[in-house]
Design a protein around this ligand. Structure first.
Ligand code: 5GP
Ligand code: MN
Length: 335
């Protein structure tokens, strides 16, 4: 951040601060938000974290998670906090439309100072303070850097370290991608601050219910199609499946990655029928950019190897649309 000195001066007196992250918050969204929340709280600011929608159970144990305000549940209170804020942090998203109505409200408050910290491609938020680093593993890694840049690394404690670790762990798929020597050094520092990595992995990944494994079995047995010609695998879920398996927010997290276990698959698509839209989660290996596919064909975006988007068509229509555009990417896929 070039104007970090200016932000440090701004934060040298107590402020009213709002931290926002994206709809369907994942481990990095909540990890980065709570890490920043705990840090700014220690500095003596009044801080609120607001998410558009609820966070999944596997991160509910994180310190102070219960203090988060959910716009879907408390819209008036959320709007109140946003209107009163001296500065609003936008974490782990690159465009105000990723936070729905909350984004519309923030966009309509031209005098509020915005600070964006994010690692998605093509930032599209007009923020006075920006850290946009697509090469970073996670927004949580960037929060670590941010606190360091502010000269406050000594303010990290076990709680803050656990939040940052959670974001890094989940966004790197347990250190499988976006790893760098620098990231492992940060993680080493987090362990020295008291993070119990084995305990946290257990809390995050080994806390599923029976219905989650039944659902995974259903996906792999009945809802998977492999297209060898395009090295692509698709898993889909119908609205009926959502009822049958009592699927709640976060319950489908990670299913798309199973397709990447196949040697023959380079592009993985998880396509689900939601109440008003069809949602796509795309993943890829190596140099194949699913970001390009999500942006061009499904009004979405994200990262080169992990993107998402949506469609107003039917589930079947969306699956067919994906199949019909794959030939355009044949060269990229077989490179
Ligand atoms: P997921 O597939 O886990 O929902 O999302 C993977 C990545 O794609 C995330 O980094 C997320 O921010 C991004 N992403 C998911 N859905 C959308 C979308 O509808 N629009 C945009 N721009 N990005 C998305
Ligand atoms: Mn992230």
């Amino acid at each position: 951040m070039e104007n970090i000195g200016q932000l440090k001066a701004f934060l040298s007196v107590p402020k009213d601060i709002v931290i926002t992250s994206h709809r369907n918050p994942d481990g990095d969204a909540i990890g980065s938000s709570l890490a920043l929340y705990l840090y700014l709280n220690k500095l003596g600011h009044t801080v609120r974290v607001i998410f558009p929608s609820e966070y999944p159970d596997f991160v509910a144990w994180l310190p102070e998670a219960e203090k988060i305000t959910i716009y879907d549940i408390e819209p008036d209170l959320s709007e109140d906090y946003v209107k009163r804020a001296d500065i609003i942090f936008c974490l782990d998203y690159n465009s105000l439309d990723r936070i729905d109505k909350l984004g519309e409200l923030i966009g309509s408050l031209p005098s509020t100072t915005l600070a964006m910290i994010d690692h998605h491609l093509y930032p599209d938020i007009n923020a006075e303070y920006q850290i946009s680093e697509p090469s970073a593993s996670s927004t949580s890694e960037l929060i670590y850097d941010f606190i360091e840049q502010l000269g406050d690394i000594q303010m990290l404690d076990t709680d803050i370290a656990e939040c940052i670790f959670t974001g890094i762990l989940t966004d790197t798929g347990s250190f499988k991608y976006s790893t760098t020597p620098k990231l492992f050094r940060i993680v080493a520092n987090l362990l020295e601050l008291g993070v119990d990595d084995v305990k946290l992995q257990d809390l995050i990944f080994n806390s599923q219910k029976e219905k989650h494994l039944r659902l995974l079995g259903h996906c792999l047995k009945n809802r998977m199609e492999i297209l060898p010609e395009f090295s692509t695998g698709i898993i889909w879920l119908t609205r009926n499946d959502y009822e049958t398996f009592d699927i709640q927010r976060g319950d489908t997290e990670g299913i798309v990655n199973f397709l990447l276990k196949l040697k023959a698959v380079k592009i993985a698509a998880f396509i689900t029928e939601q109440p008003t839209i069809v949602k796509l989660s795309l993943r890829s290996k190596g140099d194949i950019s699913v970001q390009e596919i999500a942006k061009k064909h499904f009004k979405g975006g994200g990262h080169k190897n992990a993107s998402g988007g949506s469609s107003f068509g039917s589930l079947k229509g969306t699956i067919n649309k994906l199949k019909s555009i794959l030939p355009q990417y044949k060269e990229m896929i077989s490179a």
